[in-house]
Design a protein around this ligand. Structure first.
Ligand SMILES: [Ca+2]
Length: 287
């Protein structure tokens, strides 16, 4: 950011500040956070103009079709819908949770608090198992989806960001442009795709959702969701969610758009942001 007199605040400090820090006025400090969360695979930073000033990839709009409550204490890192309930993983040290809640009422049905040394990240459910990543602790957890109890933990070799599954593989992001497809039992990497548009690699891929042959990814600190071909990594569409943030003066970095789930009954996307007051069902208006 040019012309700023604001002293950059690093991501680590923000994280250590916890939720109290998260509601400080932090607009314009995104660049500092990006620099500290450097990926291991080179990429080109996504800008608004890079999405909007091109014609090779369609840019879709949206219409809000339903609005549900979302806890302001939930720093969303993982979001999925299972049997009509939302399973959500939240982050920040001392505030990380695994939650199951009813979207209609917002009522929490099940709740597990992570130990304070863990920063919770992406969440997905496959074959009755809930998987949850941690940010830099190199640990992942498993839970039984029915009893909502922790059943185990394993190692995770890189930073943990987003997670989803395609029915066969666990799919993870780590802040780079690389998306790993993993054995759901061992988490061994089976293949990696590198996500790119016409300009080059697109990094900072965060929360993920796979549905019906498309991989969706929040691009961290942007209003855009990438629609990705899971075979090639090519971005085949953008969903532009500008205007969805219900309180852009208060919900600033790091309280950014993050969280994609699919309601299998309607086929529609459910999206939210970190500590946002609402979860939105949207209809994607195809360009
Ligand atoms: Ca998701």
């Amino acid at each position: 950011m040019t012309g700023s007199s604001i002293q950059p605040i690093g991501r680590r400090r923000l994280l250590q500040a916890g939720l109290a820090g998260a509601v400080l006025p932090l607009a314009g400090r995104a660049e500092a956070g990006q620099a500290e969360r450097a990926p291991f695979h080179a990429h080109v930073e996504l800008t608004r103009r890079r999405v909007l000033d091109q014609h090779a990839i369609p840019v879709h709009g949206y219409k809000v079709t339903k609005r549900f409550p979302h806890a302001r204490s939930s720093y969303t890192e993982g979001l999925v819908m299972v049997d009509g309930a939302i399973i959500e993983g939240t982050g920040l040290y001392g505030h990380s949770r695994l939650l199951r809640w009813d979207p209609a009422s917002g009522r929490v049905l099940d709740h597990i608090a992570l130990e304070e040394r863990y920063f919770g990240e992406g969440v997905t459910v496959l074959d009755g198992v809930i998987h949850q990543l941690t940010y830099i602790e190199n640990v992942r957890f498993t839970y039984d989806v029915k009893s909502f109890t922790r059943t185990g933990e394993g190692r995770f070799e890189s930073q943990g960001w987003g997670m989803t599954q395609d029915g066969k593989s666990i799919i993870t992001s780590n802040g780079s442009s690389g998306i790993c497809f993993r054995n759901p039992t061992t988490f061994a990497i089976e293949r990696i795709i590198y996500v790119a548009d016409e300009v080059g690699p697109v990094g900072f891929l965060n929360e993920l959702e796979y549905d019906n042959g498309t991989l969706y990814a929040n691009v961290w600190q942007t209003h855009f969701i990438a629609e990705i071909d899971p075979a090639s990594g090519r971005i085949v569409g953008w969903i532009n969610l500008e205007g969805l943030n219900p309180d852009p003066k208060q919900l600033v970095f790091p309280l950014v758009l993050n969280g994609i789930a699919v309601d299998s009954r309607s086929g529609r996307l459910l999206v939210t942001g970190k500590c946002w007051p609402h979860l939105y069902e949207i209809e994607v208006l195809r360009a």
